[in-house]
Design a protein around this ligand. Structure first.
Ligand code: ZN
Length: 318
């Protein structure tokens, strides 16, 4: 089986209170909360997953809401900006919507696409990119009208001290293609280079290294559609001299983690089985899902996890 990286799978970041996180990503951005679980390494913390109607790979942004964590610093060796794709004609709609939410989007242009750059309520850097080539449907039941809705990711920006080592890795190991370049920004694409298949490397030699905390990205995951693709890609990562983890079963996908040569934490993740493996597709994100080995602790966890609720009245942890 060939190694095969087809684009972005998910982005995982750190936030503060889960209610604030839900109010913004579900309430303002109109994404569906597709899974409510716990951090498998720290089960007193939630793991919240948002996406399109199904949490399709390439649409999923996930958060660890750490109530007592201090703010991080966004710097080199991190994902600096996470960008979502919307229809180009919807940029004025989003500018107004973000301003009405008290944010201050800055309108810019990247390689001919209009973008709105802003921070979420925990200072995570985000962008909304107006595109004309994104066939992925937005979530039909969102309170954001579907014609303006978020299709999924457009790309991530990797902030690097130098572009060279990461370029070598992306092109040789992940088989990405180098596309446009503009100043310190170099674009790499997978497959046809559609939204969700784009990574920009920003070369920031003077930028101090970032440190983890609220408002920073923890890791970015790339799609290796099948378990066989993932194993083949993992072998290519090993052959390049890096040290990936073994394959870890995350139930909704299988994962491999490693730091790319520039220092950003990468993950490989399979497209299958998906978020409807343990909940009905129409009922995603309506109850707390625990990994089997934590079910015995459910009642304790339900006491220690902080309360939050959705506009439809569904509340957590119970
Ligand atoms: Zn992940």
């Amino acid at each position: 089986m060939q190694q095969n990286v087809t684009g972005l799978h998910h982005v995982t970041a750190m936030s503060s209170h889960p209610q604030r996180n839900v109010d913004f990503y579900h309430g303002v951005l109109g994404l569906r909360l597709v899974k409510v679980s716990v951090n498998q390494d720290d089960p007193d913390t939630y793991h919240l997953f948002y996406g399109d109607g199904k949490g399709t790979p390439g649409s999923a942004i996930t958060f660890f809401p750490w109530m007592n964590m201090r703010p991080g610093y966004v710097g080199a060796r991190q994902v600096g900006v996470t960008a979502f794709s919307v229809p180009k004609t919807s940029i004025p709609f989003w500018k107004t919507r973000l301003e009405e939410a008290g944010l201050h989007p800055q309108q810019e242009e990247r390689f001919g696409d209009p973008v709105l750059l802003f921070s979420d309520p925990d200072s995570l850097l985000l962008e909304i990119v107006g595109t004309t080539n994104d066939p992925r449907p937005a979530w039909a039941e969102s309170h954001v009208p579907q014609e303006h809705g978020i299709h999924g990711f457009h790309r991530v920006d990797l902030w690097e001290k130098e572009v060279g080592p990461t370029r070598e890795f992306l092109t040789n190991v992940f088989k990405a293609t180098q596309a446009e370049q503009d100043g310190d920004r170099t674009r790499f694409v997978f497959g046809d280079g559609l939204p969700g298949q784009v990574v920009d490397v920003i070369e920031l030699p003077g930028r101090p290294s970032g440190h983890m905390g609220v408002g920073t990205v923890h890791h970015v995951a790339f799609r290796t559609p099948t378990p066989e693709n993932e194993i083949a890609t993992r072998e290519a990562v090993v052959a390049s001299g890096l040290q990936p983890t073994e394959v870890i079963d995350r139930f909704w996908f299988k994962s491999v983690y490693f730091r790319e040569p520039g220092g950003v934490l990468f993950e490989l993740a399979t497209d299958t089985p998906g978020f409807d493996v343990d909940e009905h597709a129409e009922k995603l994100g309506e109850k707390l899902i625990l990994p089997p080995w934590l079910e015995a602790r459910r009642s304790l966890l339900e006491k220690s996890l902080v309360h939050f609720e959705l506009p439809n009245g569904v509340s957590f942890p119970v």
